[in-house]
Write a protein that binds this ligand. Structure first.
Ligand SMILES: Cc1cc2nc3c(=O)[nH]c(=O)nc-3n(C[C@H](O)[C@H](O)[C@H](O)COP(=O)(O)O)c2cc1C
Length: 328
């Protein structure tokens, strides 16, 4: 499978773009564990063209993480075109447009999944961005705005006509936000539409090697994108890739191994930001890591980890977690 000139092996698995999660250190970690492509956090076109410094840090990419897709969002053609050009200068392999974000401050203003209510505008932006840059442009979107407007099958054809090199579909409507289950049947319908020829990446609720294999087999997608299941568990890419390749599940590593991965991740965040911000940034990963699921009476330890203010404090707590009970 190819996106533009980028070639992928069979069964590519991508790290989803996630605000406040897929910064450069997490992307590199997921890459090391086998993610075939990683996505930056979304970048506001308005903030980028106003040279907001926090936004500009999102342009930093490293060669070791390639191929990397950089994602932008916005609601007007001109700022999106300008932002696309700024992103291109940062040399990502792909420029991705976000037409899927459901959060109110984005979708409510007509950007992200808000564009599902104004498909003509979505197509206008897509055409203009494709024309503006020389790298492949892809789109990530949802099934539709709500249950009564699941427009993705027709929309996918029209996006393809704009010249995009690939399309990612999250199997929910905007109204669903992240509730209920992702519906992959419409993703499969887009993929199996004989008029479609660009690669289709499926996304939504893939949390295990088996679910990923099923997504490929049942819906025929060209790639699968993993989001939440990688938070606090970047090793999921290795587990999934191994299963896709061999049909066998990789044996679990000792508890201490996974703990060391999380610790390394925390240290990387601390080195990149500073101790306070690095720890704050890592909390989301610690809070949801499956590593700690099923440990009896774990709540006080979890709270202590989430309250720790220094690396030493945090690592001391982590080192004291008994692996005896771990069922992970
Ligand atoms: C914390 C968080 C931040 C997200 N930020 C973005 C984003 O910046 N751009 C985007 O396209 N999707 C974003 N998403 C959506 C994910 O890319 C993905 O579509 C969603 O999590 C569903 O996939 P999953 O079921 O594998 O998690 C975000 C999701 C989460 C949970």
């Amino acid at each position: 499978m190819n996106i533009g000139t980028i070639q992928f092996d069979k069964y590519p698995v991508f790290l989803a773009p996630m605000e406040d999660v897929t910064d450069i250190s997490f992307r590199l970690l997921c890459k090391k564990f086998g993610a075939d492509m990683v996505y930056t956090e979304f970048i506001s076109s308005d903030a980028l063209i106003r040279h907001i410094s926090k936004t500009k840090t999102k342009l930093e990419i490293k060669d070791e993480e390639r191929p990397v897709a950089m994602q932008i969002y916005g609601r007007e053609v001109e700022p999106m075109v300008e932002a696309a050009r700024i992103c291109e200068e940062a040399r990502p392999d792909i420029l991705d447009i976000n037409f899927g974000c459901p959060v109110k401050k984005v979708a409510g203003k007509g950007a992200g999944s808000g564009m599902l209510r104004t498909p003509e505008k979505m197509l206008e932006i897509t055409r203009a961005v494709v024309r503006a840059v020389n790298i492949p442009v892809t789109v990530k979107t949802r099934l539709g705005w709500d249950h009564d407007s699941k427009i993705i099958v027709e929309l996918a054809e029209r996006l393809q006509d704009c010249g995009i090199a690939g399309l990612t579909i999250h199997g929910r409507t905007r109204s669903q936000m992240y509730t209920g289950e992702a519906d992959w049947t419409l993703i499969g319908e887009v993929k199996n539409n004989p008029r479609m020829h660009i690669p289709i990446t499926g996304n939504g609720d893939i949390t295990s090697p088996e679910a990923c294999k099923q997504a490929f087999d049942r819906y025929g997608v060209d790639a699968v994108m993993i989001g939440r299941a990688s938070i606090g568990a970047p090793w999921i890419f290795r587990e999934i890739k191994q299963y896709l390749k061999t049909g066998e599940k990789a044996p679990k590593e000792p508890f201490e191994y996974y703990l060391s991965v999380l610790k390394r991740q925390i240290l990387q965040s601390v080195n990149r930001l500073d101790e306070r911000r690095g720890i704050l940034h890592s909390r989301r990963h610690i809070a949801v890591s499956p590593l700690f699921k099923g440990i009896p009476d774990f709540k006080p330890t979890r709270i202590a980890m989430l309250k720790a203010n220094t690396v030493k404090e945090l690592f001391d707590i982590m080192d004291n977690i008994s692996s005896n009970f771990v069922t992970f």
